[in-house]
Design a protein. Structure first.
Length: 425
């Protein structure tokens, strides 16, 4: 079955024509502002052509041909996260708060986790998981850059963990792996790779995932199910399957400008690029009946011992907002905020903690020094020997080791960029 024919399951010919025509238009981009690091006033003074997202507070739409926001120093500082405008609605509609324990099952590259964490004011707890180790490491890098302080990052097959977490999470994000038709404007490869067989294969996986997630959802908890697929088989049919197999109830999503709703489940929404200023998403809010008690949180310290390349013990310290099963912590890539590494009597603050902290007590760098830092170069400044954070415009960039009035650069090698002072600010 071809792409157009399979859409006739729930769309009229006019809707299909409009949708397919929109694939030739330019892809839309947005950012989610990290107000822990930058105010809206400052953002708009730097980039006055940004447009407010039509629904999401702290969301802004931009023209990527006009501004390359991913190449700005403010991106490296974690002042914002580049995201797709319709995907931004997933975390917005879930509306997690600082008393919640949240699971983001398929979390990489991290936009929904980051948006959720910031809505939670970096309190509560999120487990952000991705089955792919390489994608989970990208997720981890973004968590560090944005200064996210309430998140455990894992790369696990959660079918091996679900028994630990039955009726556990207040909120769950299931942005399910899908055939990816919502990425057609972004990638010609996605267009050529699409098949109806791929839709059916993903649909079977999605049914297993949604049942697993529902079993881990607390009574009275809320789950958001989303895909970047236009296929009815990956969207409404997954919801139908869940409702048939469980006690789940749909929660009506309030009207969104440019939405489309199918006749079968009008509680849920499609965001088509022909109607909404984004790439496309399907979103359903699911409620589990019942009552549950509020969580209590207490920060705990976790230490891990790892071997350095020189086969020396390195003691890593982390802070977590809530206790978790010890075995699960052992399996995690990052159990909370990475605070420091200690080798012998030398304790080195981490890149992660530098981005969690504000820049009030850091060594302030000017533009030229900032470019040098991002390139991984040392900087000459008169400071006593020791470890310090460095900042630009009161936002931390990372860690330096001052030795003999030289700021030796500890910026992670994988993040270093050949920043151009004329285009990066």
């Amino acid at each position: 079955m071809d792409f157009r024919t399979h859409l006739k399951k729930y769309l009229s010919d006019t809707e299909i024509d409009n949708l397919i025509s929109s694939f030739d238009e330019k892809e839309k981009k947005a950012i989610y502002l990290n107000t822990n690091k930058m105010s809206e006033k400052t953002l708009l003074s730097l980039f006055p052509t940004l447009k407010h997202h039509p629904v999401v507070p702290n969301g802004f739409i931009f023209d990527k041909d006009e501004i390359q926001l991913g190449k700005k120093v403010y991106h490296e500082q974690g002042a914002y996260y580049i995201q797709e405008p319709s995907a931004m609605l997933v975390a917005h509609l879930l509306n997690a708060n600082k008393n919640d324990i949240v699971l983001d099952l398929c979390a990489a590259p991290g936009g929904k986790t980051i948006q959720t964490a910031l809505k939670m004011e970096n309190e509560g707890m999120i487990i952000a998981n991705d089955l792919s180790k390489s994608r989970a490491n990208v997720l981890l890098s973004n968590i560090e850059r944005l200064g996210i302080a309430n998140t455990v990052v894992t790369s696990l097959d959660f079918s091996t963990q679900k028994d630990r977490f039955q009726n556990y999470f207040d909120k769950i994000i299931l942005d399910a792996p899908c055939s990816g038709s919502g990425m057609f404007r972004k990638s010609d490869e996605m267009k050529s790779d699409w098949t109806y067989e791929k839709v059916l294969k993903n649909s079977a996986i999605q049914k297993d995932l949604i049942l697993m997630c529902y079993s881990m959802l607390k009574e009275s908890g809320t789950m958001v199910y989303s895909t970047c697929s236009y296929s009815y088989e990956e969207d409404e049919e997954i919801i139908e399957y869940l409702l048939e197999k469980t006690t789940a109830k749909l929660q009506y999503i309030e009207k969104i400008p440019g939405e489309f709703r199918s006749e079968k489940y009008p509680e849920t929404i499609h965001l088509f690029p022909s109607k909404f200023d984004g790439e496309g998403h399907y979103i359903a809010l699911i409620k589990k009946p019942g009552n549950s008690t509020q969580n209590s949180f207490e920060k705990i310290e976790i230490k891990r011992t790892v071997k350095t390349k020189g086969n020396v013990n390195e003691i890593q310290s982390f802070i977590l907002n809530h206790s978790l099963p010890e075995k699960f912590i052992e399996l995690s890539l990052r159990p909370g905020v990475f605070v420091s590494s200690k080798i012998g009597d030398k304790e080195i603050p981490s890149h992660h903690i530098s981005h969690v902290k504000n820049g009030a007590e850091s060594i302030a760098l000017n533009k030229e020094e900032t470019v040098k830092f991002l390139r991984g170069e040392s900087i000459n400044k008169k400071y006593p020997d020791g470890y310090y954070f460095v900042s630009y415009l009161d936002m931390n960039l990372g860690v330096v080791h001052v030795v003999n009035e030289t700021l030796k650069n500890l910026y992670p090698k994988g993040l270093r960029i050949n920043a151009d002072i004329e285009t990066s600010f």
